[in-house]
Design a protein around this ligand. Structure first.
Ligand code: NAD
Length: 373
C-alpha cells in the first residue's frame, strides 16, 4: 500500500555500488523532481567521498548492510556485482523499500525467484534496469509494432557482439561465482529483453544454446572501451564464456536467434541490434559503438513494391528512462505487475541456455519448471 510520503513528499533514495552503473542511478535520481539521494554505499573509500561531495550526498557507507539498515529510505538502487543483487535486493525489499536492481536480476533463475518473492511479499516495486529498452529507437520500434504494422512477428534475431570487449579481465565479470556467466548474462540479457519486449512478451518454451570460451582463456579480447581499468581484480582464471549463441522457441510458434559475445575475431566495434520479421512488415535496428542516429530501418510495401523507411528518431538516455519510469510507478501507487517478473523470465531463459550448452541438447523450460516443483 502506498503511503502519504510516497505520494506527496520527496522520495529518499540510497544507491549501492559506485561503478559506472551506480553513478547513472545516482545522477538520474537527482534529475527527477522531488527525489533526494540521501545515502551511497561502496567499497572504494575515495570514490565514495568524491561522489558524496560531487552530488551532495551525506550518508556515506562502505558496507551495503549499513545503507540498507537505515530507516529513512524509500528506494534502494542495487548496482553491485551480480552475486550481490539477491542479498542486497532481498534485504531492502524485506525492509519495505522499493528496489531498482541492475540487470541481470540475478545469477540464476532460483536467485531471481527469491528476489521476486520478496517483492511480492513486501508489496513493493521491483524494477530491473533494462536500459537498452529505453533507447529512442527501441521505443519507436515498440510503437510501430503496437500499431500493428508488422502483423504477427514470427521470427526475430537479437545480437550484441564485440571484438575486444571483455569487461575487466580478472574482475568479478570473469568470475563464474560472482557474475553467474559471461556475455550471455551480461549483454545477452539486454537483447533477450529487447526482443521479448518488442514481441509483446511471448513465453520461452525451449532453448538450444552453445557457449564458447576461446579468446578469454588465452588472455585476449579485453582491450575494449568497456574495460576502463577500474575494476578490482579478484582472480586470474577466465571462468565464463566469451561467446554464446542460442535458438529459442517461443509461444505461438515464433522463434528468436540470439548471439552475445564479448570477444571474437570480427569487425573492431561494439555492435548490437534486433531484427523483427512479421507477416505484414519487418524492422531492423543496428547500433554501432552505442551510436544513436540512423539506427532503424522499416521494411514494408509501398504501391505493391518493397520499400525501406529510415525514420528520424530522437535518442533517449537509457538510465534516465529507467529511473523516470521507476519513480513514476512508485508515485502512481499502481504497483501491480511491477514485481520484477520480467527479470525472472529472462533469468530462467538464461538458466536454460547454460543448461542446454552444458548438456549439448535442446532444453525445455517447462520441464525445468516441473523439476523445480
Ligand atoms: N544497465 C546497464 O547499462 C549497465 C551497465 C553497466 C553495468 N551494469 C550492471 O551494474 C552492476 C554493476 O556493474 P559496474 O560495471 O558498475 O561494476 P563495478 O565493478 O564498476 O562497480 C561495482 C560496485 O559495487 C561495489 N561493491 C562490491 N561489493 C560490495 C560490497 N560487499 N558492499 C558494498 N559495495 C560493494 C563496489 O565497491 C563498486 O563500487 C552489474 O550488475 C552490471 O551488470 C548495467
Amino acid at each position: 500500500m502506498q503511503t502519504e510520503r510516497e505520494h506527496f513528499e520527496p522520495l529518499r533514495a540510497g544507491v549501492v555500488g559506485l561503478g559506472w552503473a551506480g553513478e547513472q542511478h545516482l545522477k538520474n535520481y537527482l534529475r527527477m523532481p522531488n527525489v533526494e539521494v540521501v545515502a551511497l554505499a561502496g567499497l572504494e573509500g575515495e570514490r565514495l567521498r568524491d561522489l558524496g561531495v560531487r552530488y551532495g550526498v551525506s550518508g556515506l557507507h562502505e558496507r551495503w548492510e549499513d545503507l540498507v539498515a537505515r530507516d529513512d529510505l524509500d528506494i534502494v538502487s542495487v548496482a553491485v556485482p551480480n552475486h550481490l543483487h539477491a542479498p542486497v535486493s532481498i534485504a531492502a525489499l524485506d525492509g519495505g523499500r522499493h528496489v531498482l536492481c541492475e540487470k541481470p536480476l540475478a545469477r540464476t533463475g532460483a536467485e531471481a525467484e527469491r528476489i521476486v518473492d520478496s517483492a511480492r511479499k513486501a508489496g513493493r516495486v521491483l524494477e530491473i534496469a533494462f536500459t537498452q529498452r529505453e533507447r529512442g529507437d527501441v521505443q519507436a520500434l515498440k510503437r510501430h509494432v503496437e500499431e500493428g504494422n508488422l502483423g504477427r512477428i514470427y521470427h526475430a534475431k537479437a545480437t550484441w557482439m564485440r571484438r575486444d570487449g571483455i569487461p575487466g579481465m580478472g574482475s568479478w565479470f570473469t568470475s563464474k561465482e560472482m557474475a553467474g556467466g559471461g556475455p550471455l548474462i551480461d549483454l545477452g540479457v539486454h537483447m533477450i529483453d529487447m526482443a521479448l519486449y518488442l514481441m509483446d512478451e511471448p513465453e520461452a518454451e525451449s532453448v538450444s544454446c552453445a557457449t564458447y570460451a576461446e579468446l578469454g582463456p588465452q588472455g585476449r579480447g579485453s582491450r575494449g572501451s568497456d574495460d576502463d581499468g577500474t575494476k578490482t581484480i579478484v582472480g586470474d582464471a577466465y571462468e565464463v564464456e566469451d561467446l554464446a549463441t542460442a535458438f529459442i522457441r517461443l509461444s505461438g510458434g515464433a522463434t528468436l536467434n540470439l548471439e552475445a559475445g564479448w570477444a571474437a575475431y570480427r569487425d573492431s566495434s561494439d555492435d548490437f541490434g534486433v531484427t523483427l520479421y512479421g507477416t505484414d512488415g519487418g524492422a531492423e535496428m543496428k547500433v554501432r559503438n552505442y551510436g544513436t542516429s540512423d539506427t532503424v530501418r522499416i521494411y514494408t510495401d509501398v504501391a505493391g513494391v518493397p520499400a525501406v523507411v529510415a525514420p528520424e528518431i530522437r535518442p533517449r538516455e537509457g538510465h534516465l528512462g529507467v529511473v523516470r519510469r521507476f519513480v513514476e510507478t512508485i508515485r502512481s501507487g499502481d504497483w501491480k505487475g511491477h514485481d520484477g517478473g520480467d527479470g525472472l523470465r529472462r533469468a530462467r531463459i538464461i538458466d536454460a541456455c547454460y543448461a542446454s550448452a552444458l548438456e549439448n541438447r535442446e532444453v525445455s523450460l517447462r520441464k525445468m519448471a516441473d523439476g523445480r516443483r
